[in-house]
Write a protein that binds this ligand. Structure first.
Ligand code: NAD
Length: 471
């Protein structure tokens, strides 16, 4: 059981300290890297649908100003606290550093239950929250750029963009004030799927890491691996779909209303459609609903993907987790005491600060696109196509025959923006995995999380040193 007084920021600090012990930086510098730089808490009144007034709590925490703007999603949840937001903001700093995205970390929180409120109420809350952030300088393309998180989506990001634009009509780059926007409102293709796609790339990379995987008692490779996913929201749904594309089999899915199990595999889109139609994943044909006393997290599988909430694996249930790989798609799904048990049992934990960094990576691309006011493929696509046409024509002349049409069009088409985004995401996730895995090996670290924190702390600390603030 996690106590109500339990601090998530203290958990992140614990991981930080564990990694920082492997550095020789000045203690003052490490303290600066660890603490939250700016914290804003606000309460504002919003008209409810029944005419009454609700006072809503809002938070924004900028964890690190070593790079600007700061960046991080906004969590809409009745349970969100300042402590959560501080912890998530800190994770964002290390996440950005790890995947070489030039932002400091930030996070926002709005204390409402987004699943049980009307769109009209959420719009009033979101617009007012944006105005409060703007008033205090906690939003803007060069200072702090929010994005979606648990309970928020591109709809909320559109309201934020529109409100910010209305408040700053003369700002040329106003749409770069928030990412995760709809495509029709200066968004980028591939942002919605980005976190889940990144999760699946990260799992694939980890499962190809032969020593790690053998040490966890599995055979290398993602093909045929049995996966259980908790949470079929943005991250969980896209992670599950992409994992199937990679050759894995989804054998279990858990949602708020219950969990289903199908050892031969689930059709993720069909389950999502069933949930949309009936309001529940339970009752999906061909799958068994888990009974009372059963827990999806404890199902027999190779890879467990918690993609919903924090602290779902604790000291209490860690001994019963059967998966050999725990892939942290959500932020902080494994409590440090639960992690200690998993590691003692030689399970492989792929840490959140690496695994769900695909979202902020593609947010970075969206921000760049908004600042340049041009899509990534616009200036090059036709040119790439005609160069490829000329090359293929030369090859055909040389070999004395025309290439078959499918092969010809596979090489002559210029890259579309979605392909550029996906390739850049793939490159980012694969490179970052290689770096933390190599660091773990070089420094003989027991786990990937310590390696990921160590890599990120080093980058942030060196950035402060380069600014001349610390010796
Ligand atoms: P979301 O709101 O789209 O989805 C969360 C899902 O979890 C919902 O479908 C919800 O019904 C489900 N859920 C809630 N309680 C549950 C329970 N007890 N058991 C099973 N399912 C439950 O949120 P999201 O954006 O997918 O975020 C999920 C996690 O990923 C969060 O920890 C978030 O911080 C993290 N994350 C999200 C992004 C992003 O780009 N959206 C990026 C990085 C990290």
């Amino acid at each position: 059981m996690i106590e109500p007084s339990h601090s998530m920021f203290a958990d992140v600090s614990r991981y930080f300290d564990r990694a920082a012990a492997h550095t020789s930086f000045d203690p003052g510098l490490l303290e600066q890297v660890k603490q939250c730089n700016s914290v804003y808490q606000v309460a504002f009144p919003v008209r409810k649908d029944d005419g009454g007034i609700q006072v809503v709590q809002g938070f924004r925490v900028e964890h690190s100003h070593h790079r600007l703007p700061t960046k991080g999603g906004i969590r809409y949840s009745a349970d969100v606290t300042l402590d959560h937001v501080m912890a998530l903001a800190a994770l964002m700093t290390f996440k950005c550093a790890l995947v070489d995205v030039p932002f400091g970390g930030a996070k926002g929180g709005v204390r409402i239950d987004s699943h049980n409120t009307s769109p009209a109420f959420r719009e009033r809350v979101t617009r007012r929250y944006t105005a409060e952030l703007s008033r205090k300088g906690f939003i803007g393309p060069s200072v702090d750029v929010p994005a979606p998180d648990y309970g928020s989506s591109e709809t909320e990001m559109a309201w934020i963009a529109d409100t910010y634009q209305a408040l700053h009509p003369n700002e040329l780059d106003s749409y770069a004030s928030v990412t995760g926007k709809p495509l029709a409102l200066h968004g980028i293709p591939g942002r919605i799927e980005a976190t889940g796609r990144g999760v699946s790339i990260g799992i694939r990379e980890a499962l190809a890491d032969v020593d790690q995987v053998r040490a966890a008692g599995l055979s290398p490779g993602i093909g045929g691996k049995r996966v259980v996913v908790q949470g079929l929201g943005n991250v969980g749904y896209h992670a599950a779909r992409c994992l199937v594309e990679e050759g894995a089999v989804i054998v279990g899915i858990a949602e708020r209303e219950g969990a289903i199990h199908a050892p031969d595999g689930l059709d993720v889109d069909a389950v999502a459609e069933h949930r949309l139609e009936t309001g529940s994943i339970c009752g999906y044909p061909g799958a068994r609903v888990l009974g009372p006393g059963e827990d999806a997290l404890e199902l027999d599988c190779d890879v467990l993907v918690p993609a919903a909430l924090e602290n779902v694996i604790t000291q209490a249930n860690a001994p019963r987790i059967r998966a050999r790989v725990i892939a942290e798609a959500a932020n902080s799904p494994v409590h440090p005491d639960g992690e200690a048990i998993l590691l003692a049992r030689h399970a492989l934990v792929i840490p959140d600060l690496y695994l769900n960094a695909g979202g902020v990576t593609v947010s970075y691309f969206e921000w760049l696109k908004n600042l340049s006011h041009v899509s990534f493929d616009r200036m090059s696509r036709r040119n790439d196509e005609s160069r490829a046409e000329r090359t293929v024509a030369a090859v055909e002349r040389l070999i004395g025959r025309a290439l078959p049409l499918p092969e010809r069009s596979a090489v002559t088409g210029g890259a579309r923006e979605i392909e550029l985004v996906r390739d850049a995401l793939e490159e980012t996730m694969a490179t970052a995995y290689g770096q933390i895995s190599e660091l773990r090996r070089q420094r003989s670290l027991g786990d990937l999380r310590t390696a990921a924190f160590l890599f990120a702390i080093d980058r942030v600390a060196r950035s402060y040193m380069a600014q001349g603030i610390f010796p």
